[in-house]
Design a protein around this ligand. Structure first.
Ligand code: SAM
Ligand code: SF4
Length: 327
């Protein structure tokens, strides 16, 4: 592998982490993301395994150490195990993660494990079966929880993503806390982000993560130091709990100053920010299989990365919903 200096932008941010969307299709209808379900549009086919492998080789040359496969719903791709394996076999990639709604988890987690998965993030906004079904449009929480138990038994580092929603937040927090007493997962509360599609929903459901964080600190949760390939979560531990809690607060001051990730969409577009206007199309170069050329293209484009997402100003860029580029 040809290895250059770690990719760095004009603001001194270094990019160790690639989020690779493998499809924008999803089978859930989460209220804040795809409330009407996935609407199909004419588009190029999703990146093949070979194309995804080229992307990962190029990013590894640029210093990427961690790849997260996301979507849409990545488990809708039958070849997800091959994609995990391609990430695992990329020299320089040390951690391979998947973010999923967990819909198929019990039947697929063993094959993901065999393919080399290190870390799994499953999205569960509520531990109440009925509320979960209301939010996602799918009554399948027990099955997802069984899949998480299996992932833990296999030794896969497991995180649960929960979007913070104002109505009923305290009841959900108490339920999560009871679960974390004995379950060794990291629960990450994600502050709801405004997108092009969810403006009204955002206005009535946004809850500041800092309110929950303050409550946790007052009840003895302690902040951990952050690793260089870590996501944006501030992670807390408590001696009485087997699990941890992370807070992702995109509206907080300085959120973007620690940004260490870039995104590639399932159509091969580079997104310098989750909320940048339009992706930069790299498909032609990806298709050639030339990772060196692709790495040079990405290096040339990094100077266009903005200092902030400007979400706090109501900017949602070209991001209609997060299923398009994987959150
Ligand atoms: N379908 C998979 C899932 O739900 O885990 C992967 C893609 S999903 C876009 C990735 C993450 O983004 C999920 O944890 C989801 O809850 C979160 N998400 C989606 N829309 C969001 C929004 N508007 N604000 C905050 N988080 C959001
Ligand atoms: Fe699908 Fe994930 Fe969006 Fe829910 S958050 S609709 S599971 S892409």
């Amino acid at each position: 592998m040809k290895k250059n200096n770690v990719l760095e932008d004009g603001y001194g941010r270094r990019f160790y982490y690639l989020r690779l969307s493998v499809t924008d299709v999803c089978n859930f209808r989460c209220d804040y993301c795809l409330p009407e379900g996935y609407q199909s549009v004419p588009k190029a086919p999703d990146l093949s395994v070979a194309e995804a492998a080229t992307v990962m080789r190029a990013f590894a040359q640029l210093g990427t150490q961690k790849v997260r496969l996301s979507g849409g719903e990545p488990s809708l791709r039958k070849d997800l195990p091959e994609l995990i394996q391609a990430a695992r076999q990329t020299p320089g990639i040390q951690r391979v993660a998947v973010t999923s709604n967990g819909y198929k988890l019990p039947s697929v987690i063993d094959s993901w494990h065999l393919s080399g998965l290190d870390q799994l993030n499953i999205s569960i906004d509520s531990l109440d079966d009925n509320e979960f079904a209301r939010i996602t449009g799918h009554d399948c929480l027990p099955k997802i929880r069984a899949g998480i138990d299996r992932a833990l038994a296999l030794g896969i580092q497991t995180k649960v993503n929960a979007v913070l929603l104002s109505d009923g937040a305290q009841a959900r927090l108490q339920q999560f806390l009871r679960w974390l007493k004995t379950t060794p997962v990291t629960l990450r509360f994600i502050e709801l982000m405004q997108t092009g599609d969810n403006r009204d929903y955002f206005a009535s459901n946004h809850l500041r993560g800092s309110d929950i964080e303050q409550q946790l600190i007052e009840s003895g949760w302690q902040l951990l130091p952050r690793a260089i390939d870590a996501g944006p979560a501030r992670e807390y531990v408590h001696p009485d709990y087997a699990g941890r809690i992370g807070l992702i607060t995109p509206y907080s001051k300085d959120f973007c100053s620690s940004c260490n990730r870039l995104r590639i969409s399932a159509q091969g577009k580079l997104h310098l920010c989750l909320f940048s206007d339009a992706g930069l199309d790299l498909r032609e170069t990806i298709r050639t299989g030339d990772a060196d050329a692709l790495a040079e293209k990405v290096r040339a484009l990094i100077g266009n990365k903005e200092v902030s997402h400007y979400l706090q100003n109501g900017n949602t860029g070209g991001t209609q919903n997060l299923s398009i580029i994987g959150g």
